[in-house]
Design a binder for this molecule. Structure first.
Ligand SMILES: Nc1ncnc2c1ncn2[C@@H]1O[C@H](COP(=O)(O)OP(=O)(O)OP(=O)(O)O)[C@@H](O)[C@H]1O
Length: 338
């Protein structure tokens, strides 16, 4: 089921939360809405779901206007960050819920429901926990149950709002890989909201970067990372150093990511002279902070821990050492954009 968003506007009082949004989501894709808090991601998701009415514009499902169609009839599945399971029901009963509450005419037989629940339990790898109650399983397992419950009614569209937001980093990582695999098996058109760029890059086929109610850019993870359309996208998708330069036309800004700078001993035409200030090693990477001689600004360089140790020995580097930085890639935008 493809989704099209056309000129969608939503205002809350004086605040325009979604500002003429246009978006095409092809059938079977997994799309991430990525942006900072308050950028309008959840509101857009809720309008796709039918939980919120737009002030202007429309949402089309498979080419048909669904703007006036009720939530129930849109046939969407939801998983939210704190989408509480029914505490008094077992895992299996939670998953079966959506099927059991169907009107008699469209309700499958109890045997079919049980079979379907078994299949879903298997799919989310919780076969052995069918009889447990929500308080007897972990947070990550609960989110998998929530997903199985959403999938039970065979939704045409799956909407996920920060589904792993409340979980710790390790479980989050496991679950996002698992969601990607699940999507590859099911191919349900899915839209998920996240403010975590790593999560979006790892899971999604396509990323929609939102800022202040507008879409800044959409594209594959590689496209938005390698060819950011705006300074906002560049900055939101990872750390970046800014270099300000005065030109005849005003101020020009260049952007270089910390891992795209080489530390060299000899100055060259395109290098900057710097003084080593301090280093910080976290896990496999070392972040080295330099002061630029030209204007005293800070420049971060990131290397693997091994590469840094090697270089440190080779060049005899310590705080106060003078070296030169050579960018492998510099990004510039039009005048005045920062
Ligand atoms: N029902 C509402 N009434 C008034 N303002 C609202 C309502 N819902 C959302 N907003 C405002 O709209 C803006 C966008 O909110 P939204 O939840 O869509 O952003 P978001 O990008 O999903 O952010 P977060 O990641 O923090 O959830 C925020 O400024 C929020 O305060």
């Amino acid at each position: 089921m493809s989704i099209e968003v056309r000129h969608l506007v939503k205002r809350f009082g004086p605040l325009t939360v979604c500002d003429h949004l246009n978006l095409d989501i092809p059938s079977g894709e997994l799309v991430a809405l990525l942006g900072p808090s308050g950028s309008g991601k959840t509101t857009l998701l809720r309008m796709i779901a039918g939980l919120e009415q737009p002030d202007e514009g429309s949402v089309l499902f498979h080419g048909e206007d669904a703007t006036e169609v009720s939530v129930r009839e849109r046939n969407v599945g939801f998983v939210f960050q704190h989408y509480a399971l029914f505490g008094h029901m077992t895992v299996a009963d939670n998953i079966a819920f959506g099927l059991r509450v169907r009107p008699r005419a469209s309700r499958p037989s109890e045997a079919t429901i049980r079979e379907k629940v078994q299949e879903l339990l298997h799919l989310v790898q919780l076969d052995t926990l069918a009889g447990r109650f929500p308080h007897q399983i972990s947070g990550g397992q609960r989110q998998r149950v929530a997903l199985a419950r959403a999938l039970a009614v065979e939704p045409k569209v799956l909407l996920l709002d920060e589904p792993f937001g409340a979980l710790d980093a390790k479980v989050r990582k496991e679950l996002r890989r698992w969601l990607r695999r699940l999507h590859d098996e099911m191919h349900v058109t899915s839209v998920f909201v996240t403010h975590d760029q790593e999560e979006a890059m790892e899971v999604a086929d396509r990323i929609v970067v939102m800022n202040q109610g507008r879409i800044e850019q959409e594209g594959s993870p590689d496209e938005v990372y390698d060819q950011p359309a705006t300074p906002f996208v560049l900055k939101f998708l990872g750390d970046v150093n800014l270099f300000h330069r005065r030109t005849d036309a005003g101020e020009a800004v260049s952007y270089v990511r910390p891992h795209e700078l080489d530390i060299v001993a000899q100055p060259q035409a395109d290098t900057w002279s710097v003084t080593l200030s301090q280093t910080l090693t976290v896990g496999p990477n070392t972040r080295i902070e330099f002061l630029r001689e030209e204007d005293g600004s800070l420049v971060d360089v990131e290397l693997s821990r091994e590469a840094w140790r090697g270089l440190q020995r080779e060049l005899g580097l310590a705080p106060g050492s003078r070296v030169h930085l050579q960018p492998r890639r510099v990004t510039r935008f039009g005048q005045g954009s920062a």
